[in-house]
Each structure stands twice: as structure tokens, then as C-alpha cells.
Design a binder for this molecule. Structure first.
Ligand code: ASP
Length: 320
């Protein structure tokens, strides 16, 4: 296949309330930039969008700072259950796993399922697949997330979600937050893909299903690709990722699709965020929450959304 397009990349490490301490913010920026650099280099070398997205998700899952893979939040019963999905825009093919435990990289299973006849597996079936794939058993628990859960148990689970990122200094102060990860890429052949991976909201009921392994939270066609973060129930109610992508697929510009979708989410008092790319190379992000932790590569330089002016809900690169 001939390459002809300038690759684009945007990734996120969740959305939520502000990061308070600057220390947390700089550490998050470093983590995000390292992933952007590695994955953008892959795209430049000709790796396709879906493979690059899966690699980006792996890297973010392996960073204990984010709520996916290692560093996932604990559910109400103290267990970790993770969900991840991958959508290849060119084939419009969605795959994912819901509430899987004891694997290092849930995105690996979503990637395997891309070409399987049964493409979304939940807990028991996902565990069976991990066994068939001979994926070694892995404990994703970190000390910080355990402490967070113990603290919440003492407070009788008053918080409805865990912290946006796992930072010692944020443990007591961040009272709302998400921390899911997502990657959206446009490759050198003009193809799009989106991937999302999460430990869930934290402290949720057993069996609760996250938006991250649904088209509401992760969706792509040949025209646009979106990964969401925030309160899963809000994302599902808005059907946010699919809504934005379908609007672009039907002819709306990415900027207008983001503006319209986020105006609706705002009106409905949702708490969420999203990152997006279109096939023309426009990069966009949006949020109704205080912050969205996103970083991108526009072909020239790396940028991020960590310190947006207050009240900014939707942002777009010039090509939007
Ligand atoms: N959307 C995820 C969920 O509700 C949480 C997150 O984005 O951090 O499971």
C-alpha cells in the first residue's frame, strides 16, 4: 500500500476534576508525551492505524498512573475488572472485552478479536479467551489504588468514582475523576482507528458495564474516529462516540459535529470528554468535565489539553 497522508494522533488519559497539584500535571504530561512520541514514530514508519492504536493503548495500560491495565481502580468488592475495545475505521469493525480480570493488557484481547467471528466477550468468555491465548496471569493492582479503595471503604463508599489519576498527593483531594485511556490515529494510508481501555469508574457494583467497550465510548468509520472518557452512564446516554462519528460520516465537519454533540451533552448536564480525528487530518477534543488529559501530534509538533482556559469545551486544530 502506498503511503500518502500525514499521520495524526491524539491520546487521552481520562477526564475529570482539575489535577490540583502542578506536580501531578507535569508527570501526566511526561507520560502522555512519551506515548505520543513512540506511537507517532510507528505511524511514520508505515504501521497501520489499528496496530498503532493497540500499541498506544498497551503503553497507557502499562502506566500505573492511568486507570487501565496496571493501576486500574478497584470495584466495590475490591476486585479489578477491566474493559477495552478497538475499532478499525476502514473495515468499520468493533471488538472488545468487558470486565476481564488478571491480564496485563486487555487491549490485546480486543485486538485478537478484531478478526474473530464473536467479537465482544464478557467476563467468563474473556477469561477463557485469555487462557486459550496463553496470556499469563497478571495482577494489575497498585498500592495507590488499594489505598484509595481502603480509604473509600472507611468513608463507606461515598464517592461515586475513583480519582482521575493515581498520584499520592491527589489521593485525598481529587473528589471526582475518571482516568480511562484512549488512542485515536490516522495512518499514512488515510485509515482511522480508535481504542479505549478502562478499569471502570471505581467502586461500582459487580457486573456494571463500562461505555469503554461499547460503540457509545469508542467508534470509528472511514470518516472519523472517537474515544470517550468520563462517567460511562453519561457517555452511553449521549451515545457520544457513535454520534460524533455518524455526524461526520453524514457530511458534517468534525468541528461542527463536536460543537453540536458537546452542546447537547452540556445541556443534559453530562460529565464526560472525547478525543477525535477525521480522515482529513483534523484533530479535536471536547469535554463537559473540568479537564481532559489529552496530547496529540499534528505532524509538526506535540500539543496537549492539560491547561486549557477555563470554560473551553471544544478544541480543534486549524484544519477543522
Ligand atoms: N468511562 C469509564 C467508565 O465509566 C470511566 C472513565 O472514563 O474513566 O467506565
Amino acid at each position: 500500500m502506498k503511503s500518502q497522508v500525514q499521520p495524526k494522533l491524539i491520546i487521552h488519559g481520562g477526564a475529570g476534576s482539575s489535577l490540583h497539584g502542578k506536580g501531578g500535571l507535569e508527570a501526566v504530561r511526561r507520560s502522555l508525551y512519551a506515548v505520543v512520541e513512540e506511537v507517532y514514530a510507528l505511524l511514520l514508519s508505515g504501521v497501520n492505524a489499528t496496530t498503532a492504536v493497540a500499541r498506544g493503548c498497551q503503553l497507557l495500560e502499562d502506566d500505573p498512573r492511568f486507570n487501565a491495565g496496571t493501576g486500574s481502580v478497584l470495584q466495590s468488592d475490591g476486585q479489578i475488572r477491566m474493559s477495552a475495545s478497538l475499532m478499525d475505521g476502514a473495515s468499520s469493525r468493533f471488538s472488545g472485552v468487558i470486565n476481564i480480570s488478571r491480564v496485563k493488557n486487555p487491549i490485546d484481547l480486543a485486538q485478537f478479536l478484531q478478526t474473530a467471528p464473536d467479537r465482544v466477550l464478557s467476563d467468563y468468555g474473556a477469561a477463557e479467551l485469555a487462557r486459550e491465548m496463553q496470556i499469563p496471569s497478571y495482577n494489575a493492582l497498585t498500592e495507590l489504588r488499594l489505598q484509595e479503595w481502603i480509604q473509600e471503604r472507611q468513608d463507606n463508599f461515598k464517592r461515586t468514582m475513583a480519582g482521575v489519576v493515581a498520584e499520592p498527593e491527589l489521593l485525598e483531594t481529587s473528589n471526582a475523576g475518571r482516568g480511562t485511556i484512549g488512542v485515536v490515529a490516522l495512518d499514512a494510508y488515510g485509515k482511522l482507528a480508535a481504542g479505549t481501555s478502562t478499569g471502570g469508574k471505581g467502586f461500582e457494583r459487580i457486573g456494571r458495564v463500562s461505555d469503554s467497550a461499547m460503540p457509545a465510548g469508542n467508534y470509528a468509520t472511514g470518516y472519523a474516529a472517537v474515544s470517550c472518557t468520563g462517567i460511562g452512564e453519561d457517555i452511553i446516554d449521549e451515545c457520544l462516540a457513535a454520534k460524533i462519528v455518524v455526524r461526520v460520516t453524514d457530511g458534517m465537519s468534525l468541528k461542527d459535529a463536536m460543537k453540536k454533540s458537546f452542546a447537547e451533552a452540556h445541556e443534559h448536564q453530562r460529565d464526560l470528554g472525547a478525543i477525535a480525528l477525521d480522515a482529513n487530518g483534523a484533530i479535536a477534543w471536547g469535554k463537559t468535565s473540568q479537564v481532559i488529559l489529552a496530547a496529540f501530534h499534528d505532524g509538526v509538533q506535540i500539543g496537549d489539553t492539560l491547561e486549557l482556559p477555563e470554560g473551553t469545551e471544544v478544541g480543534c486544530t486549524v484544519e477543522c
